[in-house]
Design a protein around this ligand. Structure first.
Ligand SMILES: [Fe+2]
Ligand SMILES: [Fe+2]
Length: 125
């Protein structure tokens, strides 16, 4: 299985830094699936670090704009980190498909629906 992650403008959250982080995560998602088995673990670790950094910055952004859903959104990030923790702990290269599905899910359910909410909010100000 190979899921191609392709950026589209509908993914934009109206903030250049956060958009570029989302793009970088798409890119990592593509590269992880092309990685040699010996490199896979290192990719997963860098993905994990990058997602944590992204979530922290996104939470700061939501606080800065006064987004009322920030607490709920932070909890969703924690749940995603827990899932990613489970995946990266004891990660083996045959788990790449599972990781790709996690990223795909994250794009469809989190980025497009939840991240989109603070974009809708900031546009309504
Ligand atoms: Fe995000
Ligand atoms: Fe988010």
């Amino acid at each position: 299985m190979n899921i191609q992650f392709t950026w589209s403008d509908e993914y934009s959250v109206g903030n250049e830094v956060l958009d570029s982080q989302h793009k970088h995560l798409f890119d990592l998602g593509n590269r992880i699936q092309q990685a040699k088995p010996s490199e896979a673990k290192a990719y997963v670790m860098s993905l994990y670090k990058y997602i944590r950094l992204h979530f922290t910055e996104e939470e700061h952004h939501m606080e800065k704009i006064g987004f009322p859903g920030v607490d709920g959104h932070r909890m969703m990030h924690e749940q995603l980190i827990t899932r990613l923790n489970d995946l990266s702990d004891g990660f083996t290269p045959d788990m790449i498909d599972e990781l790709a599905r996690f990223l795909h899910d994250w794009i469809l359910n989190h980025l497009l629906k939840e991240d989109h909410q603070y974009f809708v909010y900031v546009r309504s100000l």
